[in-house]
Design a protein around this ligand. Structure first.
Ligand code: ADP
Ligand code: MG
Length: 260
């Protein structure tokens, strides 16, 4: 499904004595996300997880430079035109981030946010899109979905905002969902519910997922494979059972030891 090959990401940090300074945030990593599987990317904060995720759809700031290959269904996403990429974003590969309010538009209703990709990418009429939006809200577990269609993001709880973001992400049935710390900002009980929702949707929508978390403890039930990153490098990658029961790397063992 997605194959990351020797990905390097550097940030240009201005000049010192006429020389452009670069900070290497991702130092040549390779891993695959097979079809219908969930790969968890874990590691302490600052290890390069988000930079890796944002590289996939080229959502990095202008001072970032990417090298290597990101093969998605045979195409290298590092070589695609902006036009090709815009057709992939939201339609074939969708994202959910830590803070739903960074992605939801505060002046649009819940219905508008979910209908937008349906109209833009799938060419649905407004009426069709509205019906589908209600179905999606129901699917992500929003109570009274019909009534909620007219709500604005600030009228929802944090957990409900994240569910709406997930509905937006799922709207076009993407093949890959990138979830970057989707539960980190939520209360512990709500975290669990959102994790269960993602696991359920991944199966019912037959998609693959890149699930990012700084907490190795939370990925055990959702991941098929785990990739452990630190300081921009992969320390270990293995099926989830091996990571938990036979970790090979000292850093993985340290992460396991600090689970609550
Ligand atoms: P993680 O998601 O694992 O917490 P990130 O991928 O956000 O870590 O960051 C990895 C490294 O890249 C960090 O050292 C961070 O300072 C650096 N970095 C991230 N974004 C930028 C940027 N826009 N400019 C410069 N450095 C950045
Ligand atoms: Mg991050």
């Amino acid at each position: 499904m997605l194959s990351i090959r020797d990905l390097k990401v550097a940030f240009r940090m201005g000049k010192v004595q006429g020389e452009v300074q670069r900070q290497l945030a991702v130092k040549g990593i390779s891993f695959d996300i097979p079809e219908n599987s969930t790969v968890a990317l874990v590691g302490e904060s600052g290890s390069g997880k988000s930079v890796t995720a944002m590289s996939i759809l080229n959502l990095l700031p202008d001072n970032a430079e990417r090298q290597g290959q990101i093969l998605f269904q045979g195409r290298d996403l590092l070589q695609t035109t902006l036009r090709e990429l815009q057709a992939i974003r939201g339609r074939e590969i969708a994202c959910v981030f830590q803070d739903p309010m960074s992605s939801l538009n505060p002046v649009f209703t819940v219905a508008d946010q979910i209908m937008e990709p349906l109209i833009k990418h799938l060419g649905m009429s407004r009426r069709q899109a509205l019906t589908r939006a209600e179905e999606l809200l129901n699917e992500v577990g929003i109570p009274e979905p019909k009534r909620r269609l007219g709500s604005f993001p600030h009228e929802l709880s944090g957990g409900q905002q994240q569910r709406v973001m997930i509905a937006v992400a799922l709207a076009c049935s993407p093949k890959l969902l990138i979830a970057d710390e989707p539960t980190t900002a939520l209360d512990v009980t709500i975290q669990r519910q959102v994790m269960e929702l993602l696991a359920k949707l991944k199966d019912s929508h037959k998609m693959s997922m890149l699930f990012i978390s700084h907490d190795l403890g939370v990925v055990g039930e959702i991941a098929d494979r785990v990739v452990v990153m630190r300081h921009g490098e992969i320390r270990e990658q293995a099926p989830v059972a091996d990571i938990f029961h036979a970790p090979q790397d000292a850093y993985t063992r340290a992460l396991l030891a600090c689970r609550p």
